[in-house]
Ligand binder design. Structure first.
Ligand SMILES: Nc1nc2c(ncn2[C@@H]2O[C@H](COP(=O)(O)OP(=O)(O)OP(=O)(O)O)[C@@H](O)[C@H]2O)c(=O)[nH]1
Ligand SMILES: [Mg+2]
Length: 297
């Protein structure tokens, strides 16, 4: 098995031994009412969410086939989504590909920025990091440590500087230096605080000033351990800054990895990466098929 898949399975270990083991026992129920009740209890316990749980239960109820297989197929359909699951814009050579990371406090933005920088640098791309979290000096240092590890420069200003100005300068630098990728880290903020959401809108606006294409991708970084709260976070951030996708972190730390299904079902945004640990290679490109396989097989 590829190292990637082993790592993914290891990252999902808690969910595998919590949710998946109970599911295995639930699907063996013969009485239809018992089957429904037990499936529902197990799925909700695993944070799969009402709507996705309903779909999964219906995919088995009254069907003849192998129940495990039916479940696997329906999970895949949920994760592949229906609407907005289009291709990601390719990283071209016509100017930097800008990735803007947003999210609530402690969701894993800075770590994800560092992991992404390391990933792209490892692929031979030229990468720049922007420290647009100017609230805490520690935030800038944290990003610099990630930058040093992968040989990536970090554009920053002093603590307290205007975050949008850091974003603007970083994009100018990325253009001037002919960089392939610019990753912008931002401060954690509550989705319900309108002044903080306005700051994010301003960051997007100043990036767009340098070209309509910027930022090519805005990702919400979501902590997978917060459960159904993630749904309202995703909706409000999407309203404010038009997200292109989600990054779910800390899946290694929860038995409730079913929330990946909940967000995919209830918020029409693709999951692009998942975080399954604190190391640089613990960020994985999300593939519905591999995810379902690593979970159920
Ligand atoms: N186990 C695990 N820990 C993670 C993962 N991603 C991030 N973390 C940890 O979560 C904590 C918070 O991560 P940060 O990257 O600092 O989060 P942030 O969103 O930048 O936080 P603020 O800037 O304060 O809003 C750190 O201890 C990270 O190491 C993950 O996928 N798995
Ligand atoms: Mg941070």
């Amino acid at each position: 098995m590829a190292g990637f898949f082993v790592n993914l399975k290891r990252g999902l270990q808690k969910t595998r031994s919590g949710l998946v083991n109970s599911l295995k026992s639930a699907v063996t129920r013969q009485d239809p009412e018992e089957l429904r009740e037990e499936l529902e209890a197990v799925l909700l316990q695993g944070d799969v969410g009402i709507l996705a749980a309903d779909r999964l239960i219906k995919s088995i109820q009254g069907q003849d086939g192998d129940r495990w297989q039916l479940l696997e197929e329906e999970m895949l359909r949920i994760l592949e989504g229906e609407g907005e699951n289009g291709e990601r814009p390719p990283i071209t050579t016509g100017g930097p590909h800008v990735i803007l990371l947003v999210g609530t406090n402690g969701s894993g933005k800075t770590t994800t920025a560092g992991k992404l920088a390391s990933k792209y640098a490892g692929e031979g791309k030229s990468v720049l990091l922007a420290a647009a979290d100017t609230y805490r000096a520690a935030a800038i240092e944290q990003l610099q440590i990630w930058g040093e590890r992968s040989g990536v420069d970090v554009i920053s200003q002093e603590r307290g500087a205007d975050a949008a100005s850091v974003a603007y300068d970083s994009l100018s630098a990325a253009i001037a230096r002919n960089m392939d990728v610019l990753i912008v880290d931002t401060a954690g903020r509550l989705q319900t605080r309108s002044n903080l959401m306005d700051e994010l809108k301003k960051i997007r606006r100043v990036l767009q000033k340098q070209g309509d294409q910027y930022p090519q991708e805005t990702f919400l970084v979501l902590d997978a351990t917060i459960g159904q709260n993630a749904l309202s976070q995703a909706r409000l951030f999407h309203e404010a800054v038009e997200l292109d996708g989600l990054i779910l972190t800390k899946l290694d730390g929860t038995a409730k990895g079913g929330m990946v299904l909940a967000v995919r079902q209830e918020v029409d945004l693709p999951v692009r990466y998942i975080g399954v640990g604190e190391r640089a290679d613990d960020l994985m490109e999300f593939s519905p098929k591999e995810f379902v396989q690593a979970l159920l097989e």
